[in-house]
Each structure stands twice: as structure tokens, then as C-alpha cells.
Design a protein around this ligand. Structure first.
Ligand SMILES: NC(=O)C[C@H]([NH3+])C(=O)NS(=O)(=O)OC[C@H]1O[C@@H](n2cnc3c(N)ncnc32)[C@H](O)[C@@H]1O
Ligand SMILES: [Mg+2]
Length: 434
């Protein structure tokens, strides 16, 4: 193959030129004298038309024997064709087979069950639907980082291995750690982000976080990626404003850059076009009252389950903040409500259409005595929080932050049935492979 190697997404700039594509054959149609090779190289897809009389006998025969997902180099001339999805087609002049699988590609054109697909996630990622979701994932992360960078945030990542329980003793992955006592896989990077906020003001951490929850729902993973901004001197209201501006920015960015991907997923774009600030804001008290009117039996004071969140979000056409939950159902670090010590200054941001919680946020307890009392009330080991309490000893400060679950945001934006498609390598109770 002597023609220059060009990526498929750049082909339109090379009309009339002879080029080489390096990639895989993901589909093929043949008549007696013509092969229609559907090629992909990770940047896009293009059809290569191979006419028997225009190529060597060997190349035409080799093309005939190609299995799906054979790796190939294809040489041809670029032709503009507005009927083609990529706007171009390739008139094939040469074929080099890098590797023709010696068995049928397992994820063929027929439908497969979800467990089979997840067992073959390392191959399923090649399919057009999974490519669309992963491109949207990349854009969600890009937009979130771009927004925070533009707003003056510093990325200060938190550790994955930690000795402090960040969210709650129930959902912990515990591991032996040399002669130390226990270590855990981080449930959240928040506590460290709070320390970083005292150093840099506006910070965020972004990485995998882990929950050993036995939740077999379409919203729960045991490993998920979380974006956790933290801001010194932000109170509850400023925290809410930051959350809605970030989410609106992400949705606008995805609508701008991933329209084709969203449409290929059959997503109703009008639902996302409504995601503009201000989002709805209701208190926990108002929300529980609405839920009871809608038939929920969740008693006052309890947290909302998936069912409640689904019912609630179906009453609104854009994201809803539910704020100031009862202290007893929320984490130890949340600031008491100044007018009602039974409540805390927190919020959950619920995505509409039944997607539920995508963000959990709060103003943090900055009063040392109250924080120690909460740590004790929760039965946590005060010793492992001595460094965290130092933040209240050396210049305590009002501060707030939140955690946005990336996969939950992606599932909502893409309109996915289950969060597992939002992760390249989903981890659930029964799956840590591939
Ligand atoms: N910096 C902070 O203030 C974050 C805080 N420490 C925290 O972890 N809050 S959270 O437990 O509600 O989780 C935050 C979000 O993390 C997501 N989340 C939380 N748990 C899960 C599971 N199991 N699977 C997928 N996504 C999950 C979901 O979007 C939640 O709203
Ligand atoms: Mg939460």
C-alpha cells in the first residue's frame, strides 16, 4: 500500500486522491462482480466498493473470504457521495489482509442477550451503538472539565486507597494493607477535596469511586466515575447554582457536538433542549408531601428510593433539586440547617424522565464540635479523621461541594435503560470481567 494513510474522518478533504485506510471490516455485501466493504478505523466508517475488473484476482478472492472484523489495509480513490453517512465512498484499488479471523466474530449482526454482550464487552465496544455512547461519555467529561477550568477550578485528585470512610460504613470495599490497619477503596474523594479547597479555593477531583452496595438496580455500579468540585466560602445556595450551571453546560456541549450520536441512539433531543437554568428547587418536606399525594408510602424522615425518585422526576420537565433532607438519612459531614437542627444543608439533583439522582451535594459542617459529635453518632472511628478535623482546627471555613456520577449523567443524556452501558468496563455485584 503506497498511498498515504488517512483516517476515515478526514477522507472528505482528500477527494479524488488515492489513500490507504487501516482498520477493520465490520460488514460486507457482495454480488458476483462487486464487494461492498464496510470499513471502520475508530474515527468513522466508510464504504469501499471493490469492482472485480478493477483489482487483482487475488485481492478480489481475498475480499470474498474475509470474516467480519478482519483487520485490513485498503487502498482506494476517495469519491464524494452525499448518500454515504460519512459523505464519501472509496473506490477500492488494493487490499492487504492483516489478519482474517479463523472463526466467526461472536458479535455478529443478530441480537444477543445482555450477559453475552457484557461477557464480550471487549468486542461489544466496537459496535456502532457502544461507540456512540462512548463518544458522548468523552464529551461529557471534556465539557465538565472545560467548564470547571474556565471557572478557575484546579484539578487536585484524591487517593483511591484510603483509611477514612467517606460516605458510610455499609458500602465499603475493605482491603488488607501491609501492617497498617484496614484500607478501603475510596467511596468519594470529597474529604481530600475539602483539604485541597483550603489550599486552592476552587478545586475538583475526578476518578473512579467504589461502593460495595448490594444494589441490583439500573442506576448502581460498584465502580463509577465521580466528578467532585469543592469550593471554599461557597454556601448551600452558591453550591446549587454551580451544579445547575455545570449540568446545563454539559448538556449544551453534548447537544452541540454529539447530535449524530444522540440521534443514532433514538434520543428525543427536545427533552435535553429544555435543560436550562434555573432548575426546579423543592425541599425534602415538599417532595415527601408530593410523593404521598402521588401514592408513595415512604414515611417522612426516610430517604427516597429509586421508585420515589422516578415518580418525582416524572412530574417535572427538567432537573429538580431536592434540598434539606433529614439529618438522620444523610452523611456525617453535612452542615446542620441553621433553622432546624434535624435537617441538613444538602441537595440531590434528580434528572427528569425517571433517571433520578445524578448529583449529591452539601454545605460541609465547619463547626469542629458538631462534626466530632456527628462522627461519634455515626459510630465512625474519630482517630481516622484527625487530619480531616485539622481543617476545622486551622482556619475553619464555610465550604460546599458535590459529587456528580458520570455514568448516571451519561445514562440520562443518552436515554439508556441501564447505567452499565455508560461505563466502558461496567462493574456490578456479579461482574468484574472483562
Ligand atoms: N463530593 C461530594 O459531596 C460527593 C459525596 N461525598 C457523595 O459521594 N455523595 S453520593 O453518595 O450521593 O454520590 C454522589 C453521586 O455519585 C453517584 N453514585 C453514587 N453511588 C453510585 C453507584 N453505586 N453507582 C453509580 N453512581 C453512583 C450519583 O450520581 C450520586 O449523586
Ligand atoms: Mg446521594
Amino acid at each position: 500500500m503506497s498511498a498515504p494513510w488517512i483516517y476515515i474522518h478526514n477522507l472528505a478533504q482528500h477527494e479524488g486522491e488515492s489513500v490507504t485506510i487501516k482498520g477493520w471490516m465490520y460488514n460486507k455485501r457482495s454480488s458476483g462482480k462487486i464487494h461492498f466493504l464496510q470499513l471502520r478505523d475508530g474515527t468513522g466508517t466508510v464504504q469501499g466498493v471493490m469492482v472485480k475488473r478493477e483489482v487483482s484476482e487475488e485481492a478480489f478472492e481475498n475480499a470474498k473470504r474475509l470474516w467480519l472484523e478482519a483487520s485490513v489495509e485498503v487502498e482506494g480513490t476517495v469519491r464524494l457521495d452525499e448518500r454515504a453517512p460519512s459523505g464519501v465512498e472509496l473506490t477500492v484499488t488494493g487490499l492487504k489482509v492483516i489478519q482474517n479471523p479463523d472463526e466467526e466474530y461472536p458479535i455478529g449482526k443478530k441480537d444477543h442477550g445482555i450477559d453475552f454482550l457484557l461477557d464480550n464487552r471487549h468486542l461489544w465496544l466496537r459496535s456502532s451503538r457502544q461507540q456512540a455512547i462512548m463518544r458522548i461519555r468523552e464529551r461529557v467529561i471534556w465539557a465538565a472539565r472545560e467548564y470547571l477550568h474556565n471557572e478557575g477550578f484546579m484539578l487536585i485528585d484524591s487517593p483511591i486507597l484510603t483509611g477514612s470512610i467517606g460516605e458510610g460504613a455499609s458500602g465499603l470495599f475493605e482491603l488488607d494493607y501491609f501492617e497498617n490497619d484496614k484500607a478501603y477503596l475510596a467511596q468519594t474523594g470529597q474529604l481530600y477535596a475539602e483539604a485541597a479547597a483550603a489550599a486552592f479555593g476552587k478545586v475538583y477531583c475526578f476518578g473512579p469511586t467504589f461502593r460495595a452496595e448490594k444494589s441490583k438496580t439500573r442506576r448502581h455500579l460498584t465502580e463509577f466515575w465521580m466528578l467532585e468540585p469543592e469550593v471554599a466560602f461557597y454556601d448551600h445556595d452558591l453550591n446549587i447554582k454551580l451544579q445547575e450551571n455545570l449540568v446545563a453546560y454539559i448538556v449544551e456541549h453534548v447537544l452541540l457536538h454529539c447530535k449524530n450520536e444522540l440521534e443514532s441512539l433514538g434520543r428525543d433531543l427536545s427533552k435535553l433542549e429544555k435543560v436550562k437554568p434555573p432548575f426546579y428547587r423543592i425541599t425534602y418536606d415538599k417532595a415527601i408531601e408530593m410523593l404521598h399525594e402521588l401514592g408513595s408510602s415512604t414515611p417522612y424522615g426516610d430517604d427516597f428510593g429509586n421508585e420515589d425518585e422516578t415518580i418525582l422526576t416524572q412530574q417535572f420537565d427538567k432537573p429538580i433539586f431536592v434540598e434539606c433532607y433529614p439529618k438522620k438519612v444523610k452523611a456525617f459531614y453535612m452542615k446542620e440547617h441553621p433553622e432546624n437542627p434535624d435537617l441538613v444543608l444538602c441537595d440531590d439533583l434528580l434528572a427528569p424522565e425517571g433517571y433520578g439522582e445524578i448529583i449529591g451535594g452539601s454545605q460541609r459542617e465547619d463547626d469542629m464540635k458538631r462534626l466530632i459529635a456527628r462522627i461519634k453518632e455515626e459510630g465512625l472511628n474519630e482517630k481516622s479523621y484527625d487530619w480531616y478535623l485539622d481543617l476545622r482546627k486551622f482556619g475553619t471555613f464555610v465550604h460546599s461541594g458535590f459529587g456528580m456520577g458520570i455514568e448516571r449523567v451519561i445514562a440520562w443524556i443518552c436515554g439508556l435503560e441501564h447505567i452499565r452501558e455508560a461505563s466502558p468496563w461496567p462493574r456490578t455485584i456479579y461482574r468484574i470481567k472483562p
